[in-house]
Design a binder for this molecule. Structure first.
Ligand code: PBG
Length: 339
């Protein structure tokens, strides 16, 4: 065993150049995915009170989000929609005239290099705010929901989505969506599944933003119990077997252990989603408790990469990527954002 004083760990970190050379985990703009909320109407950019700095955008104004982010290297966007109507089965999720579908059509033709990912779930579209078709007893009917999700995914693919991201947590949704996409001629459209999605308090601000809070009960009947790591792993690995192309874990910070375990168990690309409540938490800590904003954001997002995530979905994506651009000009380096 190596021992002090022969071994001195500080030799490899006292020199700034050496620290830079030895950086193991870097965050680069290409690793980041920016979530975007699309709303009906024209000329709309409405700040979301629960997510300071994030807005609802109507389709015509989406270039104001996409272009600045793309200019600093963020090329992938995850879209959530606010529909013009809701009903008990969330049928507006597969209406081609709703905001997400209109956004896909518009952006696909405008920006050939941008990757469009559509969140596939029913909760933004149902009048009751649950993620699927309700049984008479008020629970979500798993198998009935699969056909609704499949129709939503096909409609998003028809509109131009490169990938769909099912976030509902029904059993069997990945294979159902895969079969539906293939049958409709979209075998090239990938599935980025929310494989480990915890029943989390950290989605609170998102539900305000998307108007998707359940009107009764909660989502513990389908989302995963934060206390059950073995159950979480079993559930996540089901999606691998069903043909998911990439996996998402969320909320990222509270799921770092799960990300690390999934990294060991599968070679699929992994993404960590720094969700709305984590955004709110970091935002509040920076503004109310004087954390250094840049360092706190870098440390938090680097931890997600260090846990084994290739990609990070985050409302801070454009801000982080802009830091990289800044760093590049200062140091003459091309890419990495290092701590
Ligand atoms: C839809 C969905 C949710 C989030 C992503 N997709 C909310 C939920 O499950 O209630 C949360 C994202 C965030 O908090 O930023 N099911």
């Amino acid at each position: 065993m190596s021992r002090f004083p022969t071994v001195r760990m500080r030799r490899v970190r006292e020199n700034a150049t050496l620290r830079n050379m030895l950086t193991e985990v870097v965050l680069e703009p290409r690793h980041l995915i920016l979530p975007v909320f699309v709303c009906p109407g024209k000329g709309v950019s409405n700040p979301i009170p629960s997510l300071p700095g994030v807005s609802h955008w109507s389709v015509d104004r989406l270039p104001e989000v996409v272009e600045p982010a793309a200019a600093v290297g963020v090329r992938a966007f995850l879209f959530f929609g606010l529909p013009t109507y809701k009903d008990s089965d969330g049928t507006s999720a597969f209406d081609p005239e709703q905001p997400v579908q209109r956004a896909m059509r518009r952006l696909r033709s405008m920006y050939p290099d941008v990757l469009l990912i559509a969140d596939t779930c029913m909760c933004e579209y149902t009048s009751h705010g649950h993620c699927g078709h309700l049984r008479p007893d008020g629970g979500v009917d798993n198998d009935e929901t699969l056909s609704l999700l499949s129709r939503a995914a096909v409609s998003q693919a028809e509109a131009g989505a490169h990938m769909v991201a099912p976030s509902d947590m029904m059993d069997g949704r990945v294979s159902a969506i895969r079969a539906a996409l293939d049958a409709a001629g979209f075998s090239g459209v990938g599935i980025m599944s929310y494989a480990a999605k915890l029943a989390s308090a950290f989605y609170g601000p998102f539900r305000d933003a998307a108007g998707s809070a359940p009107s009764f009960g909660d989502r513990r009947g389908y989302q995963l119990p934060p206390s059950n790591p073995r159950e979480i792993m079993r559930d996540a690995l089901m999606d691998v077997g069903e043909g998911a192309d990439m996996l998402i874990v969320k909320p990222a910070g509270p799921c770092l252990d799960i990300a690390a375990r999934l990294r060991e168990r599968t070679d699929l690309p992994l993404a960590g989603y720094v969700v709305s409540g984590e955004y709110a938490m970091l935002h509040a800590a920076v503004s109310d408790c004087s954390l250094d904003r840049t360092r706190a954001l870098l440390e938090y997002h680097t931890a997600v990469r260090r846990a084994g995530c290739d990609l990070v979905i985050t409302y801070f994506a454009a801000e982080l990527a802009a830091l990289a651009a800044d760093q590049a000009s200062q140091r003459g380096l091309v890419f990495p954002i290092t701590l």
